[in-house]
Design a protein around this ligand. Structure first.
Ligand SMILES: [Fe+2]
Length: 335
């Protein structure tokens, strides 16, 4: 009898212990797929996920302000520029994980294991199917060609996706050429930059311009969006720039374990879960992103846009050149 009671007490203690396991995530990712994945992770591991969503810069400031008292275990964000900054500011810590090293190609993770790319996105050109032929397009560099005068749309230079694209141009062809390119590119803008990637595509469909620079998954969102957006998507086609040169610019969304994490084991488990087959499939299917893990297929829609060669420039350089990129965009008058 005594043994039985002891057994029950132990079982109860374990159950309570298991319930208390948790991981606190600060995330800037704003996609439905992630909520689904957090739930799945809890079901699989019993580890509760508490999520704080905010803009990346706010989250980083909060992490710095909270310091050792921060409840955060994992920082998730959507651009290499931010991940680079988080590492540089000492917000993250190195972790050792065979799973992460095996599942994530080395060019998509930090050399010191502070951050790990979990998905890839291409920054491509979409064009109006009737007003532009794919043969007219070639490279990012060629978007500065006068033939695109007032025909190009792209969002503001404050957007980090654009900053990373420009940083990749600096990495590939140097500052001087990049500035020259930017100055000409800006004269091709059909309007003062405003709105989101999706808004650029809506404006192309509405006839305000003929081509736009956007992240691939936003087209996926239009295809599966409301009736109006579905109509927008039907007008557009995808072009992968720089196939005969440096490759299409890619960016990552990724995550790292926060320096003062109090649930480090759980945090590592969450990252490993994200890099695993099942989660990689969800990222690919639900958010139209490109998986980082080899062998995981893109969604049917994403595959229908075709395979492409991606720019293999060291992503760390994009973070390193971010400030210069912002400065050059400013000089060129990219609002
Ligand atoms: Fe995004």
């Amino acid at each position: 009898m005594k043994k039985l009671f002891l057994g029950l007490a132990l079982a109860a203690a374990t159950a309570v212990g298991a319930q208390e396991k948790e991981v606190n995530v600060y995330t800037h990712r704003h996609y439905d797929s992630d909520a689904k994945l957090f739930k799945q992770f809890t079901e699989e591991t019993g580890i509760k996920v508490n999520v704080v969503k905010a803009k990346a810069d706010q989250l980083m400031q909060r992490l710095k302000a909270e310091g050792k008292n921060s409840p955060a275990d994992v920082l998730m964000t959507v651009d290499i520029g931010r991940l680079y900054k988080a590492k540089a500011e000492g917000i993250l810590q190195p972790i050792q994980s065979e799973v992460l090293e095996k599942n994530i190609p080395s060019n998509l993770r930090d050399e010191d294991n502070n951050w790990f790319g979990l998905t890839q996105r291409g920054r491509v050109v979409v064009f109006h199917k009737d007003r532009v032929k794919a043969e007219e397009l070639s490279t990012y560099e060629d978007l500065a060609n006068p033939k695109w005068k007032e025909r190009l749309l792209v969002r503001s230079s404050s957007n980090i996706y654009n900053q990373s694209l420009v940083a990749s141009m600096i990495a590939n062809s140097g500052e001087e050429k990049t500035l020259e390119w930017l100055k000409a590119l800006v004269t091709n803008f059909a309007r003062k930059p405003k709105g989101s990637d999706r808004d650029q595509m809506r404006a192309v469909a509405a006839g305000e311009a003929d081509i736009a620079i956007v992240n691939t998954y936003y087209l996926g969102k239009l295809v599966h969006g409301n009736e109006n957006d579905q109509e927008v998507a039907k007008q557009l086609k995808v072009f992968f720039p720089n196939q005969n040169t440096t490759g299409t610019h890619i960016n990552i969304s990724g995550a790292g374990v926060v320096k003062y994490s109090k649930n480090k084991d759980e945090a590592v488990k969450l990252l490993e879960f994200f890099a695993g087959e099942a989660a990689q499939k969800v990222f690919a299917q639900a958010n139209y992103e490109y998986p980082v893990k080899e062998g995981v297929k893109s969604s049917e829609l994403v595959s229908s846009w075709g395979n492409f060669k991606s720019d293999t420039v060291d992503l760390t350089k994009l973070g390193k050149y971010n400030k210069r990129a912002v400065m050059l965009m400013d000089i060129a008058g990219w609002k």
